[in-house]
Design a protein around this ligand. Structure first.
Ligand code: NAD
Ligand code: ZN
Length: 250
């Protein structure tokens, strides 16, 4: 059913107030307003420039580390400079005000963390640390960036003869412990899930939607789950989330 923007915002605020167990599921689209390209937006998505399946996979990391660190790595190194936008800040406020119980994010950009959100499951990892594939020792992500920038490719571990890698879930990796934790939390009860900036085509994360009793989707493009949602808002999430926070205060 078509609803105008204002009544959609009010309906979402009402759903939030009625839902003790309210969670957000965020994707790359929440960070485009911070200057980080997503994968699938027409015209600006990363997919239209490089194919992450060809450069950012476990297979490439192991078989062709030079390609991994030369072609796929620069977008990681750039991402750590970004700052949270008003969508991230709005979610932090919703948590502060006692509405939002946690954020499950597919993003590796640390922007929920930088915005100060406390309960965040970064199910695809993050770019604050890296680790050695030999001795498993963790280092700050800057150690890895410095080695790559200095031409040490593949980047060696400062302690052993192993190779460093980012603490993110690549295509072909097993899922992170954070993913299984988030799954357990949602299994215990999720009255309302708000999907923000995700095309919901990356699995197994998209499967988490099945735990939601009610669903709200805020995404610029259509998704395959729109038919299941109580409310779908196809606008930029920075404005939408700002308006929802205002409506919650009214
Ligand atoms: P996706 O690129 O598949 O989908 C993003 C969706 O967000 C698109 O449908 C687009 O229409 C929408 N969108 C873009 N800007 C928006 C805005 N301002 N407001 C509302 N909607 C907007 O992203 P995905 O579903 O997260 O899957 C991509 C995978 O790639 C994820 O698993 C993620 O780990 C990774 N990734 C992460 C980052 C990051 O950390 N910022 C960036 C690119 C990719
Ligand atoms: Zn090592």
């Amino acid at each position: 059913m078509e609803m105008n923007y204002r009544s959609s915002i009010e309906r979402v605020a009402k759903l939030i107030k009625e839902s003790p167990l309210f969670y957000a599921l965020t994707g790359a689209g929440i960070s485009t307003e911070s200057g980080i390209p997503d994968f699938r937006s027409p015209g600006t998505g990363i997919w239209e420039k490089v194919d992450p399946f060809a450069t950012s996979t476990v297979h490439v990391l192991h078989e062709n580390p030079a390609l991994f660190y030369e072609a796929g790595f620069s977008r990681f190194a750039e991402m750590i400079q970004a700052e949270p936008n008003r969508a991230h800040h709005a979610l932090k406020q919703m948590e502060d005000h006692g509405y939002l119980k946690g954020i499950i994010t597919q993003n590796i950009d640390s922007l929920h963390w930088k915005a100060g959100s406390r309960r965040v499951w970064e199910v695809h990892g993050h770019l604050r640390t890296c680790h050695c594939q030999g001795c498993c020792q963790r280092f700050s992500f800057e150690v890895l960036v410095e080695k790559v920038a200095g031409g040490q490719i593949p980047p060696p571990c400062p302690r052993c003869s192993g190779i460093l890698r980012p603490d993110v879930v690549l295509f072909g990796d097993t899922m992170s412990p954070a993913f299984f934790e988030a799954e357990e939390v949602l299994r215990k009860g999720c009255d309302l899930m708000m999907v923000i900036g995700s095309s919901l085509v990356v699995y197994p994360v998209a499967d988490l939607v099945r735990f939601a009793r009610k669903l709200v989707i805020i995404n610029a493009q259509e998704t395959n789950y729109d038919y299941r949602a109580e409310v779908v808002i196809r606008e930029k999430c920075g404005q939408v989330l700002t308006d929802i926070v205002k409506a919650l205060e009214e």
